[in-house]
Design a protein around this ligand. Structure first.
Ligand code: PEP
Ligand code: MG
Length: 756
């Protein structure tokens, strides 16, 4: 049973669009369940009617024609009750209604199950049989399982299918895809698709610049793969039996001009670029093999995929040698964008980002916010490989992508871009003014940095210090660990640029969604695994080199502070402090006279909240990492778009934890700052001010908006507001209360929707 289920889901997953997917479902489910009829009814988004969309066993001429109103007939009953209906004799049920022309008169047994995706009824899956009998429990359970598994695939196929259809129609009509807000702002530009290395499914489709050159490149790649296979074949000749060895000849045959090789060449001659043509042909053949009845033949799909991947790798190697050019307003699009992909585009050309995976709290989104690049994350329904060179509008405030926008839509967004520029110009006048409330309370605003480019941006925005320098960013952009001296130079640049303002350098925080290409960490549950301080305490050689580099870089400046990520118990803090003190002693003994820098603890896991006083007693300062703290308090993976709706930055439990940490710092006489993204939300900043935070550290882009907000209120009012908010029990109520504050203070144009 499990095997059948898995095969059907796999096939449906590989379908081209919704119709294809539904046809596979009805055929394979009918066969698997040994019934006479299997049909799917899909709910029409506009009318709500359940439309007969695919069938095996009923009249196919009625597909797309016959439909039922919500609640009408047995199918309507299944949809409205959101439960299976299993009947021995359908006609005798009071809800039964015969749909003329379907040809279901002779079928008596009926089992319908709803297709539900994210609480939304997409349609109904029905099986029918002539014999009067009730489907047994195991059959019902199988159909429910099947439907639950297929719901996600169907939902995805429904959206991408519609968009793909638009894109196939010549220049393509407009389409809108919802994702998650990643970094605020609007961008209008041209899509450039970045694909991971040798992934046949991620190759962008585009026209060949020079068909002959593309054909030449393809032939060369084919020849290279042929050589590789022949070499392997020779090596193994003595070690395999002749039957198995003959497989190599089959491989070579597949690449022949008379087979797949010829098909790809034809597509290139018709105008497709080599990588796109290869991907299209290979995927078609892989699907063909995957659908074969015989398991031996089905497994050959893996071989075809392997061959295609090898050819693609050669083609990509060749393309890599050519200099990449980026359009002026580049919108970088990818399945999972990485920090290094961003680094490849010249900053002045990078207008926006779209990532199919990830959410607003993924590190790439944080980086984008710091760089002020509008970003949409988690656009899971985006057929991204088809977007190369298309015009795209990104609404980073609401997490929406518009493809091929109509002129009026484009003009509306251009207005918003102009308004944003005007607001930024207005805010610039605040640059050199202090962040001070109307009743004279000063709250220093610092910045989070990582890239060298952040330094200029931060100083331009009037940053008073750095609350979080993410040292992993320079580590991510390299191909090996930077040496102690290389690190010293990087850190020195940061410290010098901000001196005498304080710079808080966090020790290497890798793991979770931050993987170094040269130090892969593969775990089932990376956010609960080997992360942050856990990695560096296990590798004192890496930790010591880093803190020594920081301390040396501080010579003659004295503005360094060291921050420890992911501390979850006292022992970790004590060990880390011991290593830092040792590094410092060594440097002094080597003859450099530098002070021991203040050492701080990031409070980003719940245990650190409960032990905040004990941590504060030992450390020099605390800094709340609200991004991780929220993820761990609410048990919501910050990187998973499926649960992004549950990541509530204004959850009462999060607010309570933030109050408790501020209180713990105060009780121990140690300063407390916050460096998570929450600090950059102007409305959250009002609450943090009232909680007693000593410093707010945020991405440079947010700084002036936060300053504007805090300069427009009194601390006394903020404290009253906090008192009110802390009595609320729902995140939504907190949000509503904060929205009211926006209206009361007349700050609408400066404050966009809060993070939730
Ligand atoms: C945090 O978790 O809030 C934080 C600032 O660290 P990062 O986002 O780099 O994990
Ligand atoms: Mg963190």
């Amino acid at each position: 049973m499990l095997e059948t289920l898995r095969n059907i889901v796999q096939e449906v997953n590989a379908a081209e669009g919704l119709n294809d997917a539904l046809n596979i479902i009805v055929k394979r489910v009918r066969d698997a369940m040994g019934t006479e009829v299997c049909s799917v009814y899909m709910r029409d988004e506009h009318s709500g009617r359940l439309v007969f969309r695919a069938t095996e066993g009923l009249n196919p001429l009625q597909i797309g024609e016959a439909s039922l109103a919500p609640g009408q007939g047995l199918v309507g009953l299944v949809a409205s009750r959101e439960e299976p209906v299993n009947l021995e004799d359908a006609e005798s049920h009071p809800s039964f209604q015969l749909l003329k022309g379907l040809g279901e008169e002779s079928f008596h047994a009926f089992l319908g199950v709803p297709i539900i995706h994210q609480r939304d009824v997409l349609g109904v899956l029905v099986i029918q049989q002539a014999k009067r009998r009730r489907f047994d429990e195991s059959e019902e359970a199988f159909l429910v399982t099947m439907s639950a598994q297929l719901a996600g695939v169907i939902a995805h196929a429904r959206v991408t299918g519609a968009v793909q259809e638009e894109l196939r129609n010549g220049a393509g009509g407009p389409a809108r895809i919802n994702g998650i807000a990643g970094a605020p702002g609007i961008a209008i530009g041209t899509a450039v698709v970045v694909s991971p290395v040798a992934d046949l499914y991620a190759v962008p489709r585009k026209q060949a610049g020079n068909r002959r050159a593309e054909l030449r490149a393809f032939k060369a790649a084919l020849a290279a793969v042929r050589n590789d296979i022949q070499a392997v074949s020779e090596n193994l000749r003595g070690e395999m039996n002749p039957e198995d060895h003959a497989l190599f000849d089959v491989y070579l045959g597949i690449l022949d001009d008379s087979a797949i090789g010829g098909e790809v060449a034809r597509l290139i001659k018709a105008g497709q670029w080599a990588q796109g043509a290869l991907s299209e042909v290979m995927i078609k053949h892989i699907r063909h093999f995957e659908r074969m009845e015989h398991s031996y033949l089905r497994e050959r799909a893996v071989d075809v995929k392997d061959l295609g991947t090898r050819v693609l790798a050669y083609l990509q190697d060749e393309a890599e040698k050519e200099l990449k050019s980026y359009p002026e307003q580049t919108i970088l699009v990818g399945e999972e964008l990485t920090a290094s992909a961003l680094g490849e585009v010249p900053r002045e050309r990078l207008a926006g980002l779209i990532s199919v995976r990830g959410s607003g709290n993924s590190h790439v989104a944080i980086l984008a916010r710091a760089m002020g690049v509008p970003t949409v994350m988690g656009a899971v329904d985006l057929p991204y490989t088809r977007l190369q060179d298309r015009e795209v509008v990104i609404d980073g405030y609401n997490g929406i992508v518009h493809l091929n926008p109509l002129p009026e839509v484009r003009a509306r967004f251009q207005d918003l871009v102009d308004q944003d520029h005007a607001v930024s110009r207005d805010l610039e006048s605040l640059r050199d003014l202090p962040c001070e409330t109307l009743d004279g309370h000063r709250l220093p605003l610092w910045v989070n940095t990582g890239l060298m480019a952040d330094v200029t941006r931060s100083l331009e925005q009037g940053a008073e210090g750095v609350g979080l320098y993410r040292t992993e960013v320079p580590f991510l952009l390299r191909e090996r660990f930077p040496s102690e001296e290389e690190q010293r130079q990087i850190y020195r640049e940061q410290l010098e640029a901000f001196a005498p303002r304080p710079v808080t350098m966090r020790t290497l925080d890798i793991g979770g969604d931050k993987a170094l290409p040269y130090f892969p960490i593969s775990e089932d549950n990376p956010f609960l695994g080997w992360r942050g301080i856990r990695v560096t305490l296990d590798h004192p050689e890496i930790f010591l080199a880093q803190v020594r580099a920081m301390i040396k870089a501080n010579a003659g400046l004295g503005n360094l502070r060291i921050l420890l990520p992911m501390i979850s118990n006292i022992v970790e803090l004590e060990e880390a402090m011991r290593l830092i003190q040792r590094g410092h002693r060594e440097i002094v003994q080597e003859g450099t006279d530098v002070p021991l820098p203040p050492i701080g603890v990031m409070v980003e896991v719940p245990s650190a909240v409960y032990q905040a006083r004990a941590l504060a007693r030992r450390a020099d300062f605390l800094s709340v990492g609200s991004n991780d703290l929220t993820q761990y308090l609410l048990a919501v993976d910050r990187n998973n778009s499926r649960v992004a709706d549950l990541y509530h930055s204004f959850h009462p439990a999060v607010l309570q934890a933030l109050c408790d940490v501020a209180e713990a710092g105060r009780a121990e006489g140690k300063p407390v700052s916050i460096c998570g993204e929450l600090a950059g939300d102007p409305l959250a900043a009002v609450l943090l001010l009232a909680m007693g935070y000593d410093v707010l550290s945020m991405n440079a882009t947010a700084l002036l908006r936060v300053k504007k907000t805090l300069r427009s209120i009194t601390r006394a009012d903020a404290c009253d507001l906090l008192e009110e908010v802390m009595l609320l029990e729902h995140s939504s109520e907190v949000l509503q209360r904060l929205q009211r504050l926006v209206a009361e203070t007349g700050l609408q144009q400066f404050i966009h929707a809060p993070l939730d």
